[in-house]
Design a protein around this ligand. Structure first.
Ligand code: ADP
Ligand code: MG
Length: 283
């Protein structure tokens, strides 16, 4: 990726000391513990961690589906109180498109449901974003007629058509074959490069368990350690893209991340991470 992520004085999205729990009768599962990170406008911020470290739970909290038990999440300085059209999620599952709606109707649906646009304008915007993901020819097709990759493209077009403040993606390519995954990563980066007519670069919060995907997709990576999820470190990764994958620098970064994720933290029992110590930061 070319260009440097601009640093703004205040973040677009602030996740500030957020602990998240699941409560069932007789049992409390703490999914994340005092997680903090900032996402600035036009960042591609990746949350990276092993399965079960609380990535999806964090994304759901940012989306407003789950409320923190401590800490807060702020968007444009306003505490997130619930879901809203300013945060749209793209999920991993291929069944996120209602099967009885055509591709165009699927993309139009949130634009109409939130009364953002009238029918004609919504159809025009849907066609515009379907063109951007290369699916103009499938506007009148139904989801069952599409491959997994094409369904994810529709979900991405539907999300971008809403022009959210933050686009949230939860392992959107994890269920795809390796070649399609690579193609989708490339397309996502090209969409992010975007053009001014679409309001310029969007802000992305992307979840993955793949170190390589994190390095390719992210401009910044928050590393989460598990049980409960805590921010282990934050690193810059804007210097990497699909073309640098496999280079010695890329391999070295992947190795370093692997070490940070899987080696025991260098902390004494008297100084647990829960004491609120800031995560290690790498420039
Ligand atoms: P990830 O997305 O990183 O794989 P999750 O956010 O899905 O992790 O899960 C974090 C933790 O919360 C895990 O220990 C998981 O078992 C637990 N968890 C997730 N969903 C629920 C739920 N609905 N009820 C109880 N525990 C849950
Ligand atoms: Mg998950």
């Amino acid at each position: 990726m070319t260009g440097v992520t601009p640093l703004h004085p205040s973040p677009l999205l602030a996740v500030d000391g957020v602990s998240l729990e699941y409560r069932t009768p007789g049992r409390v599962v703490r999914a994340t513990h005092r997680v903090s990170f900032d996402v600035h406008a036009a960042d591609r911020f990746v949350l990276l961690g092993a399965s079960g470290c609380g990535k999806s739970t964090l994304l759901k909290a940012v989306a407003g589906f789950i409320a923190p038990v401590e800490g807060e999440i702020r968007l444009d300085g306003e505490v997130v109180q619930g879901p809203g059209p300013d945060r749209i999620v793209v999920f991993q599952e291929f069944d996120q498109l209602p099967p009885w709606k055509t591709v165009r109707q699927n993309v139009m649906f949130p634009l109409r449901a939130t009364r953002k646009l009238g029918r004609k304008e919504a159809a025009e915007r849907a066609d515009h974003f379907l063109d951007k993901v290369g699916l103009s020819a499938f506007a009148d097709a139904y989801p069952h007629q599409l491959s997994g990759g094409m369904k994810q493209r529709v979900a991405i077009a539907r999300a971008l058509a809403m022009q959210p403040r933050v686009l949230l993606m939860d392992e959107p390519f994890a269920a795809l074959d390796a070649l399609t995954r690579r193609k989708m990563q490339e397309e996502l980066l090209a969409l992010w490069e975007g053009d001014e007519a679409d309001g310029g670069r969007f802000t992305l919060l992307f979840v993955t368990h793949s170190i390589e995907e994190a390095l390719v997709v992210g401009s910044r990576i928050g590393l989460l350690s598990p049980h409960p999820g805590r921010v282990r470190a934050e690193i810059n990764s804007h210097q990497f893209d699909l073309h640098s994958a496999g280079s010695p620098e890329f391999q070295a970064a992947a190795q370093r991340i692997h070490g940070l994720l899987f080696e025991a933290p260098q902390q004494s029992a008297a100084e647990p991470a829960s004491a609120g110590a800031p995560a290690r930061r790498y420039a």
